[in-house]
Write a protein that binds this ligand. Structure first.
Ligand SMILES: Cc1ncc(COP(=O)(O)O)c(C=O)c1O
Length: 491
């Protein structure tokens, strides 16, 4: 058995190990003596017109572009629901260790005992934090975790002879929730939150009376996207369990309750973590991420395979349980993100994780307290990791959320999430995270107050933002008639 450094494949007697069943099945390597035929029509007629650039040109180009970017390493990034917190450098150092970067997912388990131990350990810790029984690290994003969790639920119902078709979703849900349900083959029944912004047990009981055992699951986010804790979640779980339905929890906001409350104790059957948010790995702009799912024991047999197991001799191996839903991601998941998350968890320890939640909640409430006389608060109740305001005090002056966000850019900050959650008209969703100091929070708050005071004096904020390299973008025109050419500087 050899490892081919050029192709990155593990070879054994002329076969390549099939990735998902390493060591079980193989397929034949192409015969090198048989000439490869390039399909017709794929050959270029003329040389590609590529610019000739030196290394220096390339370095300057990308350095210039990077200086146009705004990032958490430059300043506060209060994007609600996204948990843009500082990514400690120790995570990067550990993830860059050659023993972790120079391995391949197709290596036989005997060659990668350390890597498998990392996965095994992370699974155990995430299960403990969730108060649930088993974890799969495979999904590569929160949304993929949702899809995987729902697929597990679906398989569970099918194996128990039940063909349920519906998933209940509250109106405060993140857009990925209904999308994941649809992908998993479910229909959606929306639930209305109460005036106070949380989901009431009455709304769930009413849905149960209407749809009965056609309900496969309820998908709720806790704390929810308004930054509120769903206080009736345990009672809701009981109602669902009485009809055999499952409670799925979107755990994207776990940074608010780490070490303080466990979804398992709330009656949750399956949840996803957004590892890249809660456990600080660099993300944004669509990736990279990891969305492990944690489940109660009755759902464990259906988790994605392969599973990392430890045998009686303490060796790690891969197993392929018969009832597994199969593979949802290549390799063993987004390994680099998983390593960073484990580093973060071990670095802080359990007491540290609890402090993180306390600080995240404190920071959000500090912002709420200082800004509440300047911006309208659409929902009552204590905030957790984030706080939602609206533009209700500004609209009488002709200023809406969009202009507030753009005016904030001119003051050197990334704007918060705007117009989400959809249940709040003109929403400004601010998530400061626990990594901002009070001095940085004050700068952000002062910028918000400055804008509110100018609005009160009827400042119109025309053409904001005026300071960044890219000014006000006509997004509709850009999407409908994109112009894909170089500018006069050739950039
Ligand atoms: C509440 C909530 N659920 C799900 C997701 C989806 O996670 P991801 O972007 O990792 O797919 C997000 C993302 O921000 C979220 O805020």
């Amino acid at each position: 058995m050899t490892f081919d450094a050029t192709t990155g494949l593990v070879l054994r007697e002329g076969t390549i190990f099939e990735r998902s069943r390493a060591g079980r099945k193989g397929f034949q390597l192409p015969d090198p003596k048989v000439p490869r035929v390039r399909p017709k029509g794929f050959t270029r007629k003329a040389a590609a017109e590529l610019p000739e650039v030196s290394e220096l040109d390339v370095v300057r180009h990308f350095t210039r572009l990077s200086s146009w970017n705004y990032a958490i390493d430059l300043g506060t990034f209060p994007l609600g629901s996204c948990t843009m917190k500082y990514n400690p450098r120790i995570n990067e150092e550990i993830a860059a260790l050659p023993g972790l970067t120079d391995i391949h997912p197709d290596f036989p388990p005997a060659y990668v005992q350390g890597a498998l131990e990392i996965l095994f350990t992370l699974e155990k810790i995430l299960a403990k934090i969730a108060g649930l029984d088993a974890v799969s690290l495979e999904p590569a994003a929160g949304a993929q975790g949702e899809f995987t969790g729902l697929s597990v639920i679906r398989t569970f119902h099918e194996r128990h002879g039940s063909d349920r078709k519906l998933v209940l979703i509250p109106d405060t849900a993140h857009g990925t929730n209904p999308a994941s349900c649809t992908l998993a083959g479910y229909k959606i029944a929306p639930l209305k939150s109460s005036q106070k912004g949380a989901l009431g047990k009455e709304a769930v009981d009413e849905a149960i009376r209407t749809h009965g055992r056609n309900i496969a699951a309820l998908m709720m986010t806790n704390p929810n996207t308004l930054g509120l804790f769903e206080t009736q979640i345990a009672d809701i779980a009981e109602s669902l369990h009485e009809i055999g339905a499952q409670l799925y929890m979107d755990g994207a906001n776990m940074n608010a309750i780490l070490g303080v409350a466990r979804p398992g104790d709330m009656g949750v059957d399956v949840m996803q973590y957004n590892l890249h948010k809660t456990f600080s790995t660099p993300h944004g702009g669509g990736g990279p991420g990891a969305g492990p799912i944690a489940v109660r024991s009755h759902l464990a047999p259906y988790l994605p395979a392969p599973r990392v197991v430890r045998n009686d001799q303490g060796q790690f191996d891969l197993s392929y349980p018969e009832e597994s839903i199969g593979k949802v991601k290549g390799g063993m998941g987004n390994f680099g993100v998983l390593v960073r998350a484990l580093t973060y968890i071990l670095h802080h320890g359990s007491a540290g994780l609890k402090e993180i939640s306390h600080a995240a909640v404190l920071n959000a409430n500090y912002i709420k307290r200082r800004l509440c006389e300047h911006y309208a608060l659409p929902v009552e109740g204590p905030s957790f990791h984030e706080v939602v305001f609206s533009d209700a005090k500004q609209t009488p002056h002709g200023i809406k959320t969009l202009q507030i966000a753009k005016a904030l850019i001119d003051r050197g900050f990334h704007p918060p999430t705007i117009y989400f959650p959809l249940v709040v008209s003109g929403a400004l969703l601010i998530e400061p995270t626990e990594t901002e100091s009070i001095a940085e929070l004050d700068k952000l708050i002062d910028a918000f107050i400055d804008i509110a005071q100018l609005v009160a004096k009827d400042e119109k904020f025309e053409n904001v933002p005026t300071k960044p390299i890219v000014g006000k973008v006509d997004e509709v025109r850009a999407a409908r008639t994109p112009v894909l050419t170089l500018d006069d500087r050739g950039q």
